[in-house]
Ligand binder design. Structure first.
Ligand code: NG1
Ligand code: ZN
Length: 548
C-alpha cells in the first residue's frame, strides 16, 4: 500500500469519526474503557490498528470487541484480540494508546510511523472480526471499527452481538481450524455438545439438582444462554432472569461484579434458601455462584471456588487416567481469598502462582503448566491445556486400561467444553455443573471445602491514580512513600489481616482490598487503608469514613 493511500485514514476521521475531546485515554487492563460518547474516534483508530496488527501477523485474523464488560450502561470500550484468541500483546498497548490520542491532523503521519515501526507489510491481506455487547451505543461504535478496517483496506467481518469469549473463540478458530468452527453455531456445537456428551455418561444422583437459576446481568450472556437452553434436552434446567427486558438495566444491581463486590444477591429473582444461582457479567466472560441460607445469609462461590472445584476434579481424573506426570498448577491474583490459597496448597497440594490483576497475566502464567487453571476472584478464568497434556490424554483414551480410558474420554470432553482462549461464563457454567453432577453435590457441599476469610473491597478517588505504584504481584505498594509502612502497621493490628492497594486499570480510582478474621475487622481495615490512601496519595472528594 503506497503511503499516499493513507490519505483516506484522515478523510474518514475528519468526515465521520473526528476526535472531539482532548481527554487522554489509555489502553488499560481490558483495552480502552470510558463514557461511550468519548469513544468513537478511538474505536475507528483501533480498526486501523487491527489491520496493521493483522498484517504484522501475516494476515492472520485479529478480533475487536466493543464492550465495557461489567461497567454500567453509559460506558463502553474496545479491546483487540490477538490471533490465538488471547489479549493484545502487551508491547502494543503503548502503540494503541499513542494512536488513540493523536490529533486528527497527526493521524495520517502517526499511522505511517507505526506501520514503519512495526514493519507491517501493507501489501498483505488483513482480516478483522468485530463483535459487540448489548449496549445501545455499541452498533455505532462497531460501524466506526468497520470504517477503520476499510480505511486500510482490510476485510472486516461483523459478528453482531456476541459474548466477549465467543469472539475470542471465533478468532482462534479462524486462525487454527483444529480448534473448531469460527461461528456462533460452531461455538455451541463444541462447548454445549461436549456438555451433553458428558451428561449422557453421568447419572444425576445425590444432592445435585439439574435446576440452575442464572442472572444474565441484562447483558449478552443471558441472551445466549436463552438460545442454548432450548437445546439442552432436559440435561440442565436453566431458569434465566435479568435478560434485559422489563426495564432491567445492564449490570445495575445485578451481574457478577455487583454480586461479588457488594456481597449481595442480584435483583430480579425470588430468593429460595439453598437455591444455586449463577451471575454472569455484562459481556459474558465472568461468572460467580452463590446461595442464601435459611437465615438469608449469602454464601459466595466465586472465582476462587470455581478454580478449586475444577482443579480438584481434573486432578482426580488425571489420577484415574494414571497420568501423574502431567503438572497441574493454579494461577491467582492478590484478590484471591487467603483461605483459598491455603486450601489449594495445603489440601489439594497444587502449586499456586500469584500474578498481577488482568487476565493476560493469569493466562500467560497458566501456560507454564501442562494444565493451568486460572481465575480471578471476580469469576474471570478458564483452564488451559498444553499440547503435551492433550496428546497424553488422547493416547490414554485410545490405549489405556478400561477404567483409564473412561476417565481420559471424560477429560477430553471436559477439554472440549472449555474455552481455552479466555475466561468464559458460559463454558465455566457447564464445567462447574459437570463437576457438581459428577460428585452428586449441591451448592452447600461445594462451599464446605473451606471457609473464606471475610473481606472487603473499597474504591478511593485520587488526583492521579498512577501516583500509586506496586511490586510483588501488586501485594506491595512502592509509592507514594510511607503508604506501605502505614498499611503494614494497620494490618498488624488484625488477626489474619491482609490488605493491599492498586490503581484500577478500568476506572479512575484506587482499589483497596482487605481481609481479616471477622467481617467487622475486614470492613474496618479496608476503611483505614482507604483513609491512608486518601491522605497519602492525594484523595479527592469526601474522606472515606470508618464504619460506625
Ligand atoms: P481493575 O479495574 O484494573 O481492577 C477489573 C478487575 C480485573 C479485571 C478487569 C477487566 C477486580 C478487582 N478488578 O480491573 O480483575 O477483570 O476489571 O474486566 O475485580
Ligand atoms: Zn466482562
Amino acid at each position: 500500500m503506497p503511503p499516499s493511500s493513507l490519505r483516506v485514514v484522515y478523510a474518514f476521521a475528519r468526515e465521520m469519526h473526528p476526535k472531539t475531546t482532548d481527554i487522554f485515554i489509555e489502553y488499560g487492563t481490558a483495552g480502552f474503557r470510558t463514557k461511550a460518547s468519548l469513544l468513537e474516534h478511538v474505536v475507528y483508530r483501533m480498526g486501523l490498528l487491527a489491520v496493521i496488527r493483522s498484517r504484522c501477523k501475516n494476515g492472520r485474523t485479529i478480533g475487536m470487541m466493543i464492550t465495557a464488560s461489567h461497567n454500567l450502561e453509559p460506558d463502553n470500550g474496545v479491546k483487540l484480540i490477538d490471533p490465538d484468541g488471547e489479549m493484545l500483546e502487551q508491547s502494543w498497548e503503548e502503540i494503541a494508546t499513542r494512536l488513540a490520542n493523536v490529533s486528527d491532523n497527526d493521524l495520517e503521519s502517526t499511522t505511517g510511523q507505526i506501520i514503519k515501526e512495526v514493519n507491517a507489510d501493507m501489501g498483505l491481506k488483513a482480516s478483522v472480526f468485530i463483535g459487540m455487547d448489548t449496549r445501545y451505543t455499541s452498533p455505532r461504535l462497531a460501524a466506526a471499527a468497520v470504517h477503520g478496517v476499510m480505511a486500510l483496506k482490510g476485510t472486516a467481518r461483523e459478528f453482531g452481538i456476541v459474548t466477549t469469549p465467543m469472539l475470542h473463540y471465533c478468532v482462534k478458530c479462524r486462525n487454527d481450524n483444529t480448534y473448531g468452527t469460527p461461528t456462533e453455531e460452531g461455538y455451541y456445537e463444541k462447548i454445549v455438545g461436549a456438555f451433553k456428551r458428558i451428561r449422557q455418561t453421568l447419572p444425576v444422583y445425590g444432592k445435585y439438582s439439574t435446576t440452575l437459576h442464572v442472572d444474565g446481568a441484562n447483558g449478552v450472556g443471558g441472551k445466549k444462554l436463552n438460545i442454548i437452553k432450548k437445546t439442552l434436552d432436559g440435561e440442565l434446567d436453566l431458569v434465566l432472569f435479568n435478560l434485559g427486558g422489563n426495564g432491567g438495566k445492564l449490570n445495575l444491581n445485578c451481574g457478577a461484579d455487583f454480586v461479588k463486590v457488594s456481597q449481595k444477591p442480584p435483583v430480579g429473582v425470588e430468593h429460595v434458601p439453598f437455591q444455586r444461582v449463577a451471575s454472569l457479567d455484562g459481556d459474558g466472560d465472568r461468572i460467580v455462584y452463590y446461595y442464601l441460607d435459611d437465615n438469608n445469609r449469602m454464601h459466595m462461590l466465586d472465582g476462587d471456588r470455581i478454580a478449586t472445584l475444577l482443579a480438584s476434579y481434573i486432578t482426580e481424573l488425571l489420577k484415574s487416567c494414571a497420568a501423574p506426570s502431567l503438572a497441574l498448577g493454579l494461577v491467582q491474583t492478590a484478590y484471591a481469598n487467603g483461605a483459598s490459597t491455603n486450601y489449594i496448597t495445603q489440601q489439594l497440594k497444587v502449586p499456586v502462582t500469584c500474578v498481577k490483576t488482568g487476565v493476560k497475566h493469569l493466562h500467560h502464567a497458566a501456560l507454564a503448566y501442562d494444565i493451568g487453571v486460572y481465575f480471578e476472584a471476580n469469576g474471570h478464568g478458564t483452564v488451559v491445556y498444553s499440547n503435551n497434556a492433550k496428546n497424553t490424554i488422547k493416547k490414554i483414551a485410545e490405549e489405556g486400561e478400561p477404567e483409564q480410558r473412561k476417565a481420559a474420554s471424560l477429560l477430553l470432553n471436559f477439554i472440549d467444553m472449555t474455552n481455552e482462549t479466555v475466561g468464559d461464563a458460559i463454558s465455566d457454567l457447564f464445567l462447574v455443573e459437570t463437576v457438581l453432577c459428577a460428585r452428586g453435590h449441591d451448592a452447600r457441599d461445594w462451599h464446605a471445602a473451606y471457609t473464606d476469610l471475610p473481606c472487603r473491597q473499597l474504591k478511593v478517588a485520587v488526583q492521579d491514580r498512577n501516583a500509586i505504584t506496586t511490586a510483588d504481584a501488586e501485594r506491595q505498594c512502592t509509592a507514594p512513600e510511607g503508604l506501605q509502612t502505614r498499611i503494614d502497621e494497620l494490618v498488624a493490628e488484625y488477626k489474619d489481616g491482609r490488605s493491599f492497594v492498586r490503581p484500577s486499570g478500568t476506572e479512575d480510582v484506587v482499589r483497596v482490598y482487605a481481609e481479616a478474621d471477622t467481617q467487622e475487622s475486614a470492613d474496618k481495615l479496608a476503611a483505614q487503608v482507604a483513609q491512608a490512601v486518601f491522605d497519602l496519595a492525594g484523595g479527592v472528594g469526601d474522606r472515606p469514613e470508618l464504619p460506625a
